[in-house]
Design a protein around this ligand. Structure first.
Ligand SMILES: Nc1ncnc2c1ncn2[C@@H]1O[C@H](COP(=O)(O)OP(=O)(O)O)[C@@H](O)[C@H]1O
Ligand SMILES: [Mg+2]
Length: 378
């Protein structure tokens, strides 16, 4: 599909819908002949340029993604508004519901979305195989040093630094070892269990297949579309994109503030063993709806069951690769979403929210669960 790029000042916003207002304003606007998405960046014009370049490169390079990703149909700057000259791009509009929204709705819509998890995972794993490995990079070394660097980054962030130094954290009544000690043991385990040829590293990828970036459509044969690559990441293991799918539950809960941390963290000076109860505001049916993607704090000791959905993930080396990428994804998420302080909720100094800490607790839980599982402990 091609649409001439119209200067946006000629477009009428009389018929529009704002879909998201974050670091971008994402608006559906109705052109005379068809609806399009207009993504207007706040501030960082370079980020928009990277995203447009990435979408075009992905569609040119990967046949699977070319079928699944809507095309860019124009770009420019907003004129005559404040601030003057905001950059935007236009993209084909995909009719449907995001996978995340469908899972949260419960009922038949969620059941239909759950039925799509297998086909989606299969298509995304086909795409993992499309990547061309970078010859010069040792892939295991790349993964291990990425995990180590992600941990180092967390040690320098306000609030999380205290947790990163703690030797253990009590989460929902279970004593969990600190992340640094877990990671050291996990890397030793991976040295032994992850063959060098079980993993690749690629210089171009989408990397961002979480459930708010997958749109369920009625379009055959795929039934879904993919938007919004992570253009802040260049080189990565293609399995990281699949890990982002497994990251959907904590991501969506954090984005909607659907949790609270019950803790004495604000009230005590010294916390040799920090304690957190993580309570979810989401109704349990919505949590259950994430199904095979769900892992974490309501399911102690359980790894995501997504590995049951495709036989390629039944290979223990591939499952380990996926789970180490999920750990990397959670640690990156904790850093990117870190907030310098807690937000008090419900007017109670023991009820707090901080997305970085919330994601960090998921990382600690996953690292411990991976070690326990490898030792045959539930
Ligand atoms: N091409 C599109 N077609 C339909 N809906 C879209 C499209 N692009 C974005 N959206 C909707 O807008 C939301 C935010 O857009 P996204 O590109 O993911 O922005 P962000 O970078 O802020 O996550 C998506 O979750 C989806 O609901
Ligand atoms: Mg998005």
């Amino acid at each position: 599909m091609t649409v001439a790029s119209p200067p946006l000042r000629q477009l009428s916003f009389a018929s529009h819908k704002v879909l998201k207002d974050g670091s971008w304003i994402v608006v559906r606007i109705d052109l005379p002949d068809l609806p399009v998405i207009c993504k207007i960046i706040k501030g960082d014009a370079e980020k928009l340029r990277r995203e447009v370049t990435r979408i075009e490169a992905l569609r040119e390079t990967f046949p699977t993604l070319a079928q699944l990703m809507p095309a860019i149909v124009g770009q420019g700057h907003l004129r005559g508004c404040m601030p003057e000259g905001r950059p935007y791009y236009l993209q084909e509009f995909v009719g449907g519901t995001t996978l995340g929204d469908a899972l949260q709705q419960g009922g038949e819509i969620a059941t239909g979305a759950q039925a799509m998890l297998g086909p989606i995972l299969r298509a995304l794993l086909d795409h993992v195989d499309e990547h061309r490995p970078i010859e010069m990079v040792d892939p295991r070394q790349w993964l291990f040093s990425s995990l180590t660097r992600a941990l180092d980054r967390l040690k320098d962030l306000p609030v999380i630094d205290t947790l990163a130094r703690a030797s253990s954290i009590v989460i929902n009544g279970r004593r969990r070892d600190g992340l640094a000690a877990c990671l050291a043991r996990l890397l030793l385990m991976a040295e032994a269990m992850l063959p060098a040829d079980a993993i690749t590293v690629s210089a171009l990828g989408h990397w961002n297949f979480h459930a708010q970036n997958l749109i369920l459509t009625d379009e055959k044969p795929t039934g879904f579309a993919i938007i919004d690559p992570d253009s802040s990441l260049e080189t990565c293991d293609p399995m990281f994109g699949i890990a982002r799918l497994l990251y959907s539950f904590p991501h969506d809960v954090a984005e909607q503030g659907g949790y609270r941390l019950v803790t004495d963290h604000l009230l005590r000076d010294e916390m040799p063993n920090p304690r957190f109860e993580v309570e979810f505001g989401w109704i349990h049916t919505a949590i259950a709806a994430y199904g095979a993607l769900y892992h974490g704090l309501f399911a102690p000791g359980r790894l995501p069951r997504a590995v049951d959905l495709d036989r390629r993930l039944a290979d223990p080396a591939q499952a380990l690769r996926l789970h180490l990428n999920l750990l990397l994804c959670l640690m990156r998420g904790a850093a990117v979403n870190h907030e310098p302080d807690f937000q008090v909720v419900d007017g109670n100094l023991r009820h707090l929210r901080n997305n970085g800490v919330f994601l960090y607790l998921h990382a600690v839980d996953l690292a411990n669960t991976l070690l326990d599982t490898s030792r045959g402990r539930p």
